[in-house]
Write a protein that binds this ligand. Sequence first.
Ligand code: PXP
Length: 242
Amino acid sequence: MTNLLVNIDHVATLRNARRELMPDPVHAAMACESAGADGVVFHLRQDRRHITDRDVRLLKEVVHGRLDFELSTNPEIIAFCCEICPDVATLVPENRQEVTTEGGLNVRDNISRLSTVVAELKSAGIEQVSLFVDPELYQIEAAIETGANTIELHTGDFANAVGHDAQIFEVKKLVQSAELAHELGLNVHAGHGFNLTNYPIFRDTVPHVKEVSIGFAIIARSVFVGLHVAVQEMLDVIKHSD
Ligand code: PXP
């Protein structure tokens, strides 16, 4: 069964837009779990533009399900992640100018640095250390060399594909990547750009996906239907074929 972890960064973005105390991403995390989500994801950025250190400490206390800490290879953030010891640490590229994470890590060209970081995170007791990668076979082969035990497939190109042929082209890359990762013994996670419309084709085509991370579509929809319903609608689609 594929787990749904809800990314609550956008709740923090809204809070910070008015330098207010609400909406609180910690409350959002609790609401997501009470609606049935299997856990929560957040990205602690170096510039703290949405999630803050205070949020992370409280999330660690209140989240009962799985907690996925997305981070760059910045030493200060790595040390904080080791202290928090989430269930999953997902390494992502980070660029100050970007609106959201724009693509996967270039694992092949950074094996040495990533191996050091993966070892540090594992030695802090973090059970799953994941690399966010584009669906390219050479990146998945490189992921194994770093000692990571999990990959998160970047699904942004699939989500942005316009038209049936383009969608099929992108989903095939995800299928091949998921198959290779599974053969190599890696856990397969996926995320970026999923919504109620595009998820079914991914669900019905891409094998071995243990966990998906979904943020924007759920939080945006919650403006109209509330967070509880928005999470449940996505869960219905995710668990549909299980
Ligand atoms: N996975 C990663 C690594 C991400 O950076 C993001 C975006 O914060 C997501 C998943 C979720 O993407 P979305 O908000 O488009 O659902």
